[in-house]
Design a protein around this ligand. Structure first.
Ligand code: NAD
Length: 417
C-alpha cells in the first residue's frame, strides 16, 4: 500500500468534513458519522503446519448501519492496520449509499502474509477469525465479502464455520461465495460491468462516441480484463493495457481475449505479438478518451496528474488518485468518475447474492445484468445531479449524495435513548 493507514484515514475524515460543510450538516451528525459504531480487535491463535502457534491480529470495523446491515470485505495483507480498516469501513458506508442498496459499511482485515501460508493454515486462520466474530456478524447484522487476497474459498469457509456454530446452513451470512454454495451468477464480472456502464454513461454525458472510443486500462486482473472484454464487445477500442510487469499498446485496438491467453501463457501482457511494449507510467499519460485505473491505489499522483491527457478517468481501482492529483485534475477539467461509484458494481451484485440467498431463489444471468445496469445508470445520474447542484466534480458529488442519504437515515432513526 502506498499511503499509510493513518494518512488514509485522515484523508477520508477530511473528505467527510468537506462534504458536511457543503451540506451544512449539524455538527452532532458530523461527529456521529466520523466515529465507527463498533470496532473489534482480535488475537487469532493459529496452529501452523510445523506445529507451532502463531498469533495474528484481526479487525472488524462496523462504521454505520443506519441504512441496513453492515457490509464490507475482509482483507488479508501484511500492511493491514486499524486505521486502514477504519478508513475502508467508512468508504463502504458511502459506497452502499451511492448505489442505494439497503446496507451500511464495514471492513475486516487480518495482518498476515497469505502468500507465505499454506491452504490449511489459511483455513484455520479463517475459521478461528469467523468464530471470534460470531456474535457480531450475521445475515441481518454484518455480511462480509472478499477483498485483497481473500477469495471465494475463504468465503465458503466463513459460511461453513458460521453455519456450524449456528446449527443451520446460513449462506446469506457472506457474499462472494462459490456458485455451488449459493454464490451469484455474474459476481466475478460485476465490478467490471459497473465500470463499463460508467464509461458508457460518461461518453453520453460528455459528448463522446463509445463506438471507437480509445481506452487504456492499468491492471489486467479481475476488473481490468473483464472491463476490457465488455467495452471491446460494446465497440470501444482498447488501445493499451498493463499489469505489474509493464504495458502494451496498439493504436488500432487490442483483442482482450487474445491478450489474456498471452498473459496466461507467459505470466504477463508484455511482449504480446500484436503490440508494442510501453512503461506503466506512459500508459497513464496517453492521449486517449478514457483511462481506467484498475490495479492498485495511489497511481495518479501530484507527479503525473498534470501529464494526464485522457478526457475521462473512470476509477475501477479503489483510491487510484491521490487528493493532490485530484485537485490538479479538477483544475485541468479532466473528468473523473470516482471509485465509490465506478467500482460499486461488485457490492451491488453482492447485495443481489444476499437477496437470492434470503429468498432461497436463484436469478438468471440476464436478470442480474439488467438490474445491475439499471442501478448503475441511476447512481451515475444521481451523482451527476449532485455534482451539478453543488458545482463540484463527480468525486465530491458522489460523496455528497452518500453522506446526505446516510445523514437522513441517522436523523430519521434518532439517537436512543
Ligand atoms: P486483481 O488482483 O485481479 O488484479 C490486479 C491487477 O493489477 C493485476 O493484473 C496486477 O498485475 C496489476 N497490477 C498490480 N500492480 C500494478 C502496477 N503497479 N501497475 C500496473 N498494474 C499493476 O485485482 P482486482 O480484483 O482486479 O482489483 C483491482 C482493483 O479494483 C483494486 O484496487 C480493488 O480494490 C478494486 N476493486 C475490485 C473489486 C472486485 O470485485 N474485484 C471491487 C471493487 C474494487
Amino acid at each position: 500500500m502506498n499511503v499509510s493507514g493513518h494518512q488514509f484515514l485522515e484523508d477520508v475524515l477530511r473528505q467527510l468534513d468537506e462534504a458536511a460543510e457543503i451540506l451544512e450538516l449539524d455538527d452532532s451528525i458530523r461527529e456521529f458519522l466520523r466515529a465507527p459504531k463498533r470496532t473489534v480487535i482480535l488475537s487469532i491463535p493459529v496452529r501452523m503446519d510445523d506445529g507451532s502457534i502463531k498469533v495474528f491480529t484481526g479487525y472488524r470495523v462496523q462504521h454505520n448501519n443506519a441504512r441496513g446491515p453492515f457490509k464490507g470485505g475482509i482483507r488479508y495483507h501484511p500492511s493491514v492496520d486499524l486505521d486502514e480498516v477504519t478508513a475502508l469501513a467508512i468508504l463502504m458506508t458511502w459506497k452502499t449509499a451511492v448505489v442505494d442498496i439497503p446496507f451500511g459499511g464495514a471492513k475486516g482485515g487480518v495482518k498476515c502474509n497469505p502468500k507465505e501460508m499454506s491452504r490449511s493454515e489459511l483455513e484455520r486462520l479463517t475459521r478461528r477469525y469467523t468464530a471470534a466474530l460470531f456474535d457480531v456478524i450475521g445475515p441481518h447484522i454484518d455480511i462480509p465479502a472478499p477483498d485483497v487476497y481473500t477469495d471465494e474459498q475463504i468465503m465458503a469457509w466463513i459460511m461453513d464455520t458460521y453455519s456450524q456454530l449456528k446449527g443451520e446452513p446460513t449462506p446469506e451470512v457472506v457474499t462472494g461465495k462459490p456458485i455451488s454454495v449459493g454464490g451469484s451468477e455474474c459476481r466475478k464480472e460485476a465490478t467490471a460491468y459497473g465500470v463499463s456502464v460508467c464509461v458508457r454513461e460518461a461518453a453520453r454525458e460528455y459528448g463522446l462516441e463509445l463506438k471507437g472510443a480509445s481506452i487504456a486500462i492499468q491492471g489486467y486482473g479481475n476488473v481490468g480484463f473483464n472491463a476490457a472484454k465488455i467495452l471491446h464487445d460494446w465497440g470501444a477500442k482498447i488501445v493499451a493495457v498493463s499489469d505489474s510487469k509493464g504495458g502494451i499498446i496498439n493504436r488500432d485496438g487490442l483483442n482482450p481475449l487474445k491478450v489474456m491467453e498471452h498473459k496466461k501463457r507467459t505470466g504477463s501482457v508484455i511482449n504480446y505479438e500484436d503490440a508494442e511494449n510501453i512503461a506503466n507510467e506512459e500508459l497513464l499519460t496517453l492521449d486517449i478518451d478514457f483511462l481506467i485505473p484498475a490495479a492498485i491505489e495511489g497511481q495518479i499522483t501530484g507527479k503525473n496528474a498534470d501529464k494526464i491527457r485522457a478526457k475521462v478517468i473512470v476509477e475501477g481501482a479503489n483510491g487510484p488518485t491521490t487528493p493532490e492529483a485530484d485537485r490538479i485534475l479538477q483544475e485541468r477539467d479532466v473528468k473523473v468518475v470516482p471509485d465509490i461509484l465506478a467500482n460499486a458494481g461488485g457490492v451491488t451484485v453482492s447485495y443481489f447474492e444476499w437477496v437470492q440467498n434470503v429468498q432461497k431463489f436463484r436469478w438468471e444471468r440476464d436478470e442480474i445484468l439488467m438490474r445491475l445496469d439499471k442501478r448503475m445508470v441511476k447512481s451515475f445520474k444521481d451523482t451527476l445531479e449532485y455534482s451539478k447542484r453543488y458545482e463540484t466534480g463527480m468525486r465530491m458529488g458522489a460523496l455528497l449524495l452518500a453522506v446526505k442519504r446516510v445523514a437522513e437515515a441517522v436523523e430519521s432513526l434518532g439517537i436512543w435513548p
